[in-house]
Design a protein around this ligand. Structure first.
Ligand SMILES: [Zn+2]
Length: 154
């Protein structure tokens, strides 16, 4: 079925792990919003992130990316297919700058030891604060951070 959803026109059978600009929107007719596909896993490998890991990475990125890119992050959200995340950034920030910020968060947040280091995992701040996996998140961020370093070095 044809669809206007940008990611539905991407062939997921050949899609590799990576950091992709998926669409650019214009808010108010001129202000750019860029939607990135942060693909942690290649769909064809069928090695999906667990809900616990996804939720932990979601909290870490949502919090720390906003510190790295003040006023720029509109939204950071998991993909329902469990292979990655969507990041929407406003303004004219270059893709490279965004990738560098994500790589820094990966590097800085991939050695956590306890739940308290994850922002917002309380009953007041989150819908399911017991859904987390520190080791899984450390591993996923270390792996994705290494991939970004590779891409940035090219
Ligand atoms: Zn939560």
């Amino acid at each position: 079925m044809k669809s206007k959803v940008a990611s539905f026109s991407v062939d997921h059978t050949t899609l590799d792990r990576g950091f992709y600009l998926r669409s650019t929107y214009k808010a108010l007719g001129f202000y750019p919003l860029r939607s990135y596909d942060m693909r942690f896993r290649a769909p064809r490998e069928k090695e999906y992130l667990t809900p616990e890991t996804i939720h932990t990475v979601e909290h870490l990125m949502a919090h720390f990316l906003r510190e790295k890119l003040p006023g720029k992050v509109v939204s950071f959200a998991p993909m329902g297919c469990k292979t990655g995340f969507y990041l929407i950034v406003k303004g004219w920030t270059s893709q490279r700058k965004v990738m560098e910020a994500v790589a820094e968060v990966c590097r800085e947040q991939s050695h956590l030891r306890v739940k308290n280091e994850v922002p917002g995992l309380t009953v007041e701040q989150c819908g399911n604060p017991e859904l987390y996996d520190i080791e899984g998140s450390n591993a996923a961020l270390a792996e994705y951070g290494a991939l970004l370093e590779e891409l940035l070095a090219k």
